[in-house]
Design a protein. Structure first.
Length: 322
């Protein structure tokens, strides 16, 4: 029995579809199809992964004269994922592309109120009926832009779905891959720093034109136009930050550093457990206070205060765990 038949037989024995095996192996469904049709042969690292996944020996997979499955005595609890240089390059390229798309989606969300703002200004002088129509058009455009952003987020998430396991499992890079990725990340650091600086500076300075106009006594329409400009500047700044940070996080994920280090992962798990209890309580308190007082313009202060408290509680909780 040849390798292709053995992969097919083991996959069906486990009751997995080609898509399910592809997800477990961190490859595309087409790759699995090629393996099973003899159109391609998995590289040695993938053969080792297949042996571990199916619980069989590599001899059984590689030797055509062994027809009966020979199961190994290896530790079934080893959940590490092996990544080759080619797979790492494909992952980084996909995340970089997705990062730009997600950043564009965030831009759409930030820019969505602009039409509503500008329509209100132009319709104000034409009477109440014109204002109502303008508001309707503005709301429709806002919803369309948000819908487009959500579609982008969903489609982008679907493209990287097969890499979801990388953020929850330990990664083992093939020999030499770690050094290459470290060199590439070091070369990217300058670009990343520049993008972050540009994004942060734009977000900080976005209100300057509005402040200057307000101090100089500019007209109300001018102030509203500058408010729209503020949204545009913020969206550009956020685009730089999100797109660059996505690539940086991808390198950290593969190298197991930063927020993807084992220590940080454990801390995140603790924060998720705490947040699942803390934030529903905060939401309930906010709604109760708001409905009872009717002062929605004041009750929003709950959220920044709750965020600061959550940070302190998380730090205290993390220290106790350690």
């Amino acid at each position: 029995m040849i390798l292709a038949d053995k992969i097919l037989d083991l996959r069906k024995t486990n009751g997995w579809s080609q898509e399910e095996l592809a997800e477990k192996m961190n490859v595309s469904r087409q790759s699995v199809s090629k393996w099973e049709s003899t159109a391609a042969i998995p590289d040695i690292n993938k053969i080792l992964e297949l042996a571990k996944l199916f619980g069989v020996t590599t001899d059984y997979l590689l030797k055509d004269d062994i027809d009966k499955a020979v199961y190994s005595d290896t530790d079934d609890n080893d959940s590490r994922i092996r990544i080759s240089l080619q797979e790492a390059k494909e992952f980084l390229a996909l995340k970089a592309e997705n990062g730009k798309k997600i950043a564009f989606g965030v831009m759409l969300c930030i820019l969505s109120p602009i039409t509503l703002i500008l329509m209100a200004v132009t319709a104000e002088a034409k009477g109440a009926s014109a204002e109502s129509a303008a508001a309707g058009v503005g709301v429709v455009v806002l919803l369309l832009m948000i819908a487009a952003a959500v579609a982008i987020f969903i489609l982008s998430g679907a493209k990287v779905k097969r890499y979801e396991r990388l953020s929850t499992k330990d990664i083992e890079l093939d020999y030499g891959v770690s050094g290459i990725l470290n060199e590439q990340r070091a070369a990217f650091e300058t670009k990343h720093l520049r993008s972050i600086v540009i994004g942060v500076v734009l977000c900080i300075l976005c209100s300057v034109p509005l402040i200057v106009a307000g101090v100089s006594g500019a007209s109300e329409p001018t102030l509203i136009y500058l408010t729209a400009l503020l949204f545009v500047i913020i969206s550009i700044g956020v685009f730089f930050i999100v797109s660059s940070s996505t690539v940086k996080n991808s390198y950290d994920l593969l190298l197991g550093e930063g927020e993807f280090s084992p220590e940080y992962r454990e801390r995140n798990k603790n924060e998720e457990r705490l947040g699942s209890i803390y934030w529903p309580i905060v939401l309930a308190g906010y709604l109760l206070w708001s409905f009872l007082s009717g002062d929605w313009g004041t009750t929003w202060v709950v959220w920044p205060v709750a965020a600061v408290l959550f940070g302190g509680i998380s730090a205290l909780f993390g220290n106790k765990k350690r």
